[in-house]
Ligand binder design. Structure first.
Ligand code: SF4
Length: 444
């Protein structure tokens, strides 16, 4: 039976929503659907479309490559669970909220990082290999999810505990993950991965077949240390001894001077890229990370028509990459995506721009943050740093990273007033409204 919570703030009680535990938001109940590796086939997209239609039709892509369905009701929670389970999105009810596995949307299919400056579809497969390629990670993500769901004890993990599988292309922000498996080489012939804990590299390097056991062993050890030392810990970083203590608990240690993928490419380049196998990967962006139920249904039709192997892969940058597209079907898919209004142009001001749910969806919203972000999109250049707008101090969904611009509304003076804080590496700049924040950023 689903339950409804009243708050998903950082209270010590873990109230993170899932499919079976709804969160009461300003526009009704909200369900968060975990998508290991951010991966969605046609059936899953159709199920999400049906789920969205049980609510107000809004689906949001999250910074963990999950999807939130909004405007739901407790009365229809059972129906929602059935619809999503039919699409394969609830393989283990006990693990509904713990299947948090982030991965690169390309899964090691392309070289050169896939970020800004990566090679377009016009390059040859040989060129891609020469640039350096990631380890193919689909199988590792799937194996990790299966093993997680088969492990009853790990259903006790906090709903925010995050696994990551990084193919080495830099699209996964490993610093956000509690337990990450990171490719040690950008060479598909080398399948070794290194264990990272809370963003810190350890000395433990294993071949891919052992990696699932290592990751789940770290998760078990986290639960042991949590029960012993910090019952309210949600993350490895919340443990008194942090990553260092957890590493020691599993018989390894933190490593010094290890090359890690640059997080700068966390938002993949938009458009079409050639995979190593000659097929294509097409990346698009829903504006401010939102899709409607009708759009989800249309995407399901497009994916089904594009071929049996084609999947949609969400990224932490709120993009959608359609992988394994045969060249002779790419044009039809691209036209269909453009008809849905999805952003495909790399030079768009929408790329790297995100906002929280904001007014109308969250009772805490102080400003029309999505309207302000839309105004901002028209003025941002293609090289603008990643930018996230939040309608209150909680700063939901704000990406990590030194280069991220944050615009956060908060309480000002006198009491009841609102101020907007712009943080962009030059100290906090405080203005009185969202419009002024837009003007400040336009001024440079
Ligand atoms: S940051 Fe946005 S979504 Fe989060 S609590 Fe504040 S208004 Fe709501």
């Amino acid at each position: 039976m689903a339950s409804t919570t009243n708050d998903c703030a950082r209270e010590r009680q873990d109230r993170c929503p899932g499919i079976l535990r709804l969160h009461e938001a300003g526009d009704g109940a909200l369900a968060r659907v975990r998508l290991p590796g951010g991966r969605l086939g046609a059936d899953a997209l159709a199920a999400l479309a049906a789920g969205a239609r049980l609510g107000n039709g809004i689906a949001e892509l999250t910074s963990r490559a999950s999807i939130q369905l909004r405007g739901l009701s407790e009365e229809r929670a059972g129906e929602l669970a059935e619809v999503l389970a039919a699409g394969g999105l609830l393989p283990s009810p006990a693990h509904d909220r713990v299947r948090n596995i982030l991965a690169s949307p390309f899964g090691g299919r392309v070289g050169g990082g896939g970020g800004a400056g990566g090679g377009p579809a016009g390059g040859s497969a040989g060129d891609e290999l020469a640039e350096g390629s990631g380890v193919v990670t689909d199988a590792l993500v799937a194996a990790l999810d299966r093993a997680l769901c088969a492990d009853a004890a790990l259903a006790a993990l906090p709903g925010r505990f995050l696994f990551a599988v990084d193919d080495g292309d830099g699209h996964v922000d490993g610093g956000a993950a509690d337990v990450a498996l990171v490719a040690t080489a950008r060479d598909p012939r080398d399948s070794r991965v290194r264990l990272h804990l809370a963003g810190a590299a350890t000395a433990l390097v294993v071949d891919a077949p052992q990696a699932v056991e290592v990751a789940l062993g770290a998760a078990h050890a986290f639960l042991v240390l949590r029960a012993r030392d910090a019952p309210e810990a949600w993350h490895v970083g919340d443990l008194p001894g942090g990553a260092r203590e957890l590493a020691a608990e599993i018989g390894t240690a933190l490593a010094a001077a290890v090359d890690v993928p640059a997080a700068a490419a966390a938002v993949p380049a938009l458009g079409t890229r050639r995979q190593r196998d000659g097929r294509l990967a097409i990346t698009v962006l829903p504006r401010l990370g939102r899709l409607g139920g009708d759009e989800l249904a249309a995407l399901a039709v497009l994916v089904r028509a594009a071929g049996d192997d084609v999947d949609a892969c969400l990224s932490s940058g709120r993009t959608i990459t359609f992988v394994d597209v045969e060249a002779d079907r790419a044009a039809t898919l691209e036209r269909g995506l453009a008809r849905l209004g999805l952003i495909v142009a790399e030079d768009s001001g929408w790329r790297g721009l995100s906002a929280c749910s904001g007014a109308g969806a969250c009772r805490r919203a102080r400003i029309d943050v999505r309207g302000a972000a839309e105004a901002r999109a028209a003025q941002r250049g293609p090289d603008a740093p990643r930018e996230h707008w939040c309608a209150c101090e909680r700063a939901c969904g704000a990406p990590l990273g030194a280069g991220v611009v944050r615009v956060v509304a908060g309480a000002g003076e006198p009491a009841g007033a609102t101020e907007v804080v712009v943080t962009r590496g030059r100290g906090d700049e405080v203005v009185g409204s969202a419009d002024q924040a837009v003007a400040l950023l336009v001024a440079g």
